[in-house]
Design a binder for this molecule. Structure first.
Ligand code: GTP
Ligand code: GTP
Ligand code: MG
Ligand code: MG
Lengths: 275, 291
């Protein structure tokens, strides 16, 4: 983004380009810049810096804060869902570690009974986070793993159950139905509230909004975890998801190590997005 | 979709005769919007619309009774042209074993693609071996070994945790086991991770692949070009596999990467299953991007 002081046509074009390249979507980018031009004129904003500050505020304002952070809820059962490869398993591991370190009694459920070595992958994370893992053999019904996990959670008195599910495309009717069944079983078996968190990759383009809508329609989501922000993608699609579906962004994934998960701060996120 | 939107733009024209500059502007705006919504790279869209405008003010549109349809036809033609040809054959040298190396960002589908590719090559009469060079991700080697077992294709995991050494040793292992092509699966890595990009370059130098393929997720947004350009500069690759095309992402990233790097798209991933790798069809991809 050009940082000269002048708020000329080139500046506004530059701004719109920055938002589009950040994956905010051409429609949202045009709306935001359009609104900002009106504000800049009406309020006679003095220079580019003043406009950028207002822009950061406008973007941050589009993302609702979490009135209730399911990842801080005590007690709670949380399902982690999303399309393939977004970072669900890794995020479950990181969140488990942080929660356990802060005194929560965490239990993990490996409900990805489909993909090669999915259970083994989560097992490593459970060991790293030093929390128990409930698993069944590959090919079992994921709902049955959830059932077992919640039974075990009651037995040992866990106050936080984190359920890793298989990646799935929202376009697969069968897999979305499987997920609804997993949720039904969780709700039936959990003595604690059941929440659903969508894990989305920061490199995702406009399809991310379609994904989120489908998962939200199927399950009713309670929040978003946005991963891979340590790359160059800005995760702008999360702004649209957050705003359009009224979902809070709960955490940001910023790397592959166990400590690489950060709390979400809207202003900080907006500032990084505008770059 | 774009057809409908352009019909809307040109609907007001009937009886007015010649298209005005404003009409062409409106049409170009719709095309730009459609392509950006499909995740085509910003710079690629800019260039594309500029070229399109040249054709849109030409006779083929201006003299047409259905200018909207004509613009759509031109857009499809131009997109298809940009997508490149159908080059789904992998070029191999005479050496033994041949080497294919897969690279890409985290979670793009490399490990799955490696196994699918091994399956495909075996169907073509080759004797493939999979090589597990991801020593970082928990159970990554497990994952490749499981897929290899299911396919009854050998997986070489080497000793120790140096991906360069593992890759190098795999060549000898392949010769000993009379395998004629090795497929090297590498760890997902960020193009801004200097050490990891350097590692990829070193693996490549160690085994001199016949083909380096970058695996790119079909749902990637504007970042696709940034990443692909960096991989092309730092590691260089010969072709692209676009994964997860069984979703409904429009796939503009594929066009962008092809257009900016010039690297052909060799295959597309269309399912999680081992037979889910298909040759790339540029015209189908163009139509998909247009929505
Ligand atoms: N750089 C970076 N990589 C990440 C981050 N989160 C996850 N990853 C990597 O992304 C890849 C995929 O992560 P997984 O946790 O297996 O993703 P998943 O959603 O469980 O994948 P499926 O279960 O196959 O759908 C792995 O290589 C992770 O190390 C992050 O915040 N930053
Ligand atoms: N639906 C669908 N899923 C796919 C496709 N290709 C890969 N996947 C899934 O995407 C997820 C990630 O695939 P991986 O092969 O583990 O990806 P990767 O690039 O090796 O990941 P890292 O090694 O962590 O960087 C898995 O859930 C795969 O089953 C595809 O073409 N279609
Ligand atoms: Mg997983
Ligand atoms: Mg892999």
């Amino acid at each position: 983004l050009r940082r000269g002081p002048d708020v000329d046509d080139a500046f506004w074009d530059d701004l719109e380009e920055t938002l589009i390249v950040a994956d905010m979507g051409p429609g949202a980018a045009a709306d935001i810049v359009g609104d900002l031009r009106d504000v800049a004129r009406r309020e006679a904003l003095p220079d580019a810096a003043a406009v950028i500050d207002r822009l950061v505020g406008a973007i941050a304002g589009r993302m609702p804060a979490a009135e209730n952070d399911p990842l801080a809820e005590d007690p709670v059962t949380v399902l982690f869902v999303g399309v393939n490869g977004t970072g669900k398993t890794t995020s479950v591991g990181k969140i488990a570690a942080a929660a356990s370190r802060s005194g929560r009694k965490v239990l993990l459920a490996s409900a990805d009974t489909f993909r090669a070595a999915a259970i083994e992958q989560l097992r490593v994370w459970a060991q790293r986070a030093e929390v128990p893992l409930v698993e069944r053999e590959r090919g079992s019904d994921p709902a049955s793993v959830v059932y077992d996990a919640l039974t075990e959670a009651r037995r040992v008195g866990s106050d936080m159950v984190l359920v890793d599910t298989a990646g799935r495309l929202h376009t697969s009717k069968d897999l979305m139905e499987e997920l609804r069944k997993v949720q039904r079983v969780a709700v039936a078996q959990s003595v604690h509230p059941v929440r659903s968190v969508l894990v989305i990759d920061a490199t995702t383009g406009q399809n991310g909004l379609v994904q989120a809508r489908q998962f939200h329609d199927a399950l009713g989501l309670d929040g978003i975890v946005l991963t891979k922000l340590d790359g160059t993608a800005k995760g702008g699609i999360a702004v649209a998801i957050s705003r359009d579906l009224g979902l809070p962004i709960l955490r940001l994934g910023v790397g592959e190590a166990i400590e690489d998960m950060q709390p979400f701060d809207a202003t900080e996120f907006a500032r990084a997005l505008v770059g | 979709n774009l057809s409908d939107r352009l019909q809307g733009v040109f609907a007001k024209l009937t009886g007015r005769g010649k298209l005005s500059e404003a009409d062409v502007d409106a049409a170009m705006r719709e095309v730009r919007l459609a392509l950006l919504e499909a995740d085509v790279n910003f710079a690629v869209v800019k260039e594309f619309v500029a070229r399109l405008r040249e054709r849109a003010i030409g006779a083929e549109v201006m003299k047409s009774l259905t200018p909207g349809q004509q613009v759509v036809k031109i857009v499809l033609e131009e997109l298809t042209g940009l997508m490149g040809g159908t080059e789904s054959r992998l070029a191999f040298s005479g050496r033994v074993p041949n080497v294919v190396m897969l690279v890409g960002l985290q979670g793009s589908g490399k490990t799955t693609a490696a196994a699918k590719l091994a399956n495909l090559l075996r169907k073509q009469g080759r004797r493939p071996m999979l090589v597990a060079c991801d020593v970082y991700r928990p159970a990554a080697i497990d994952q490749l070994e499981t897929l290899g077992r299911e396919l009854d294709i050998p997986v070489y995991r080497g000793e120790g945790s140096d991906p360069v050494a593992i890759a190098r040793a795999s060549l000898k292992a392949a010769v000993a086991d009379m395998r004629d092509v090795v497929i090297v699966d590498t760890a997902g890595r960020l193009h801004v991770d200097e050490a990891m990009m350097d590692e990829a370059a070193r693996i490549k130098t160690a085994v001199k692949p016949d083909q380096v393929l970058m695996v790119i997720d079909a749902m990637t947004g504007q970042d696709a070009v940034t990443a692909a350009t960096a991989f092309a500069e730092r590691v260089d690759f010969d072709g692209v596999i676009v994964s997860k095309l069984d979703g409904d992402a429009r796939g503009g990233a594929a066009l962008s990467v092809r257009s900016v790097t010039g690297k052909p798209i060799k295959f597309v991933g269309v399912s999680e299953k081992m037979d889910g790798l298909e040759p790339f069809h540029p015209d189908r991809m163009a139509r998909r991007i247009l929505g």
